[in-house]
Design a protein around this ligand. Structure first.
Ligand SMILES: *Cc1c(COP(=O)(O)O)cnc(C)c1O
Length: 398
């Protein structure tokens, strides 16, 4: 066990919840497919340090859960360098890792060294990768990436056949996957999403007619997996799923017709570092934007925007202390923030929950999630999780 970090501000990563979310995704996919349909494989997306949760322990927990469930599981990252800690980790030498954004041609050596699967989206890059792979005696696996409407990367569908004809014979490259990415799978209006599914399916069929086959056919992000159902468009699941945010406990948007029952994997806690009793009418923090409305106690908490407790939450955030909500008051500083605890008799060292849940004095549960922060900030939980900075120690536990 790693030593408990010295700093009182701490992100606890609950790996049992990560496993729960993985199972929930697998179950949703199974439930939406015919009972005799093969179960799709999983590419767990662990880019951006597992959305801020710590890539190595999260990857290990996910791979273990996949093994337990008998689901073929691989990992997805956004950039080759993100695979370095995975390759350096013990216990998972044979893990398959794909980089889901297309590489530069000059990246070939790194992909070979780290044994990474890559997005096939440019002929020049494919040639460079083929040459480098041949030099090192490796065969690199690739996934043909189609731009069906995201307009971010990939080959245009009408050029896919010609592209495959020109690159499929390149030595030391095995194009065993075909994929695309959805722009609106998590929105209430599904028309554009269905259009992307149709374009992708048509391209796939045309390539098959021309004699190309793919072991991994994939498009479904968290939104598409959540929205799959026997009634709806479950064909979007194909043979491999690519969930990200749902693994970490958040639905991708509030518009889902069929949200998943997920558990937030990260909780964030700190503790009171000092207390001061102030008369009515005193100003608190930078800009003197909070004036005490009565005689009150202000508690200082050692967490600020340099930790990811965003300054934009000033005037909007709450914390939970001993089960009760209290407002964060005055401007959130870089390293600290202040909480108005009124006449409560809390002490230095008492725990403060910034993200997480606690039993309220009346027995119900009080909870603060990254979704709450995101709503207050006009953003999405993705940005909250990935915005938790490296200064916050992560403690991984079951
Ligand atoms: C980030 C990403 C995902 C995961 O998306 P979520 O919405 O987090 O499920 C899947 N595929 C690609 C290509 C991505 O970039």
């Amino acid at each position: 066990m790693p030593a408990k970090p010295l700093r009182s501000t701490l992100a606890t990563i609950h790996l049992s919840r990560l496993r729960h979310n993985f199972r929930t995704l697998a179950e949703r996919a199974s439930a939406s497919l015919a009972s005799d349909a093969p179960r799709p494989a999983m590419m767990a997306v662990v880019k951006a340090d597992a959305y801020g949760h710590g890539i190595v322990p999260c990857a290990k927990a996910i791979l273990e859960e996949g093994k337990t469930l008998g689901i073929e599981t691989m990992l997805g990252v956004a950039f080759a360098a993100e695979a370095t800690p995975l390759r350096a980790a013990e216990d998972m030498p044979d893990t398959r890792i794909a980089v889901v954004t297309p590489p530069f041609a000059h990246g070939a050596a790194e992909y070979c060294r780290l044994n990474l699967e890559f997005c096939a989206a440019s002929r020049t890059t494919m040639q460079a990768f083929s040459a480098e792979a041949a030099k090192t005696g490796r065969v690199l696996n690739a996934h043909l990436t189609l731009d069906t409407g995201m307009r971010r990367d990939g080959i245009q569908p009408h050029e896919a056949l010609e592209f495959m004809r020109s690159v499929s014979t390149l030595p030391n490259i095995n194009i065993h996957g075909i994929c695309t990415h959805f722009a609106t799978a998590d929105e209430a209006d599904k028309s554009y999403y269905y259009k992307q599914v149709r374009i992708f399916t048509e391209s796939l069929n045309a390539l098959r007619d021309a004699g190309f086959s793919f072991r991994y056919i994939h498009a479904a992000n968290s939104g598409a997996i959540a929205e799959a159902s026997p009634q709806a468009n479950n064909s979007a699941l194909f043979t491999l799923l690519r969930p990200g945010i749902a693994l970490y406990g958040y639905n991708p948007s509030h518009e889902l017709l069929n949200p998943l029952a997920l558990q937030p994997v990260m909780s964030l806690t700190s503790s009171i570092i000092s207390l001061r009793r102030l008369p009515k009418g005193e100003a608190v923090s930078y800009g003197c934007r909070y004036i005490t409305p009565k005689e009150t106690t202000i508690a200082t908490i050692p967490i600020g925007y340099a930790d990811g407790f965003r300054r934009g939450l000033t005037g909007k955030a709450q914390v939970i202390i001993q089960g009760t909500f209290f407002p964060v008051v005055g401007t959130i500083c870089m390293d600290q923030c202040m909480v108005d605890i009124s006449d409560e008799q809390f002490r230095v060292g008492d725990e403060v929950i910034l993200l997480g849940a606690a039993q309220a004095p009346n027995g119900s549960e009080n909870r603060i999630t990254a979704d709450d922060w995101a709503t207050a900030l006009g953003t999405i939980p993705y940005e909250i999780c990935t915005g938790m900075t490296a200064r916050v120690p992560r403690l991984h536990e079951e």
